[in-house]
Design a protein around this ligand. Structure first.
Ligand SMILES: [Fe+2]
Length: 212
């Protein structure tokens, strides 16, 4: 799957965007160094987001932007202390607030690149919730950009099915049930429905979707 995405990027993207990819791979390299686990997570989020975008029949340009935003959604963690990202124990409320700053850090990093201004905006809002209880700005419903709503679902799904230091891994089926439970409060119901249908089509076999 990742080879398909890379080939599509190289073959079909606008020539003027190639310089952006140079910048993106540099940024991704920084994130790799900061937290290799997050790097693989970002690639999976990009792929899950991409399949949702395909099912929503987004334009090629929007799908390209979606993949970039998925890949870079946690780039702001570069600005978070490594000790916090790797802390084995539960985080305190102050520490949670520190980590939450990564959405704004990511926005500020990407907004420095004029061609990535829209990606920066989508990264800023990837932790907003449909009910307005997310961060950093508490946007609600359709005020949250569609790309950010897609990344939110893909991000949360991968967090649930991937290993964490103090959280158990749950099955893709159980993760989908959790997404459904929080549909309409944390997540956009239409996006959860579309992703759920995709997972069912793939028999909940994640190795068919992402090699990471
Ligand atoms: Fe994040």
């Amino acid at each position: 799957m990742i080879n398909c995405v890379i080939n599509e990027l190289l073959d079909n993207e606008y020539p003027g965007r190639l310089s952006q990819y140079t910048m993106i791979f540099v940024l991704a390299g920084f994130l790799d160094a900061q937290d290799p686990r997050t790097s693989k997570h970002s690639r999976r989020v990009s792929i899950y987001s991409s399949v949702i975008g395909c099912r929503l029949n987004l334009s090629d340009e929007d799908k390209s932007t979606l993949r970039l935003a998925g890949l870079l959604h946690d780039i702001g963690k570069i600005g978070v202390q490594r000790a916090l990202l790797h802390k084995p124990d539960r985080l305190t409320p102050d520490e949670i607030n520190e980590i939450r700053k990564h959405a704004m850090f990511g926005y500020k990093i990407l907004a420095e690149v004029p061609e990535l201004a829209n990606v920066a905006n989508f990264v800023l809002y990837h932790h907003e919730r449909i009910d307005g209880k997310g961060y950093p700005h508490g946007l609600a419903g359709k005020k949250i950009p569609l790309v950010s709503r897609i990344i939110c679902v893909a991000d949360s799904f991968d967090a649930m099915v991937s290993s964490r230091q103090y959280k158990p891994i749950i099955s893709p089926y159980e993760a989908l049930e959790e997404l459904k439970t929080c549909s309409g409060t944390q997540f956009d119901p239409e996006i959860v429905k579309i992703f759920g249908l995709y997972l069912k089509d793939k028999g909940f076999n994640l190795s068919e979707i992402s090699p990471f």
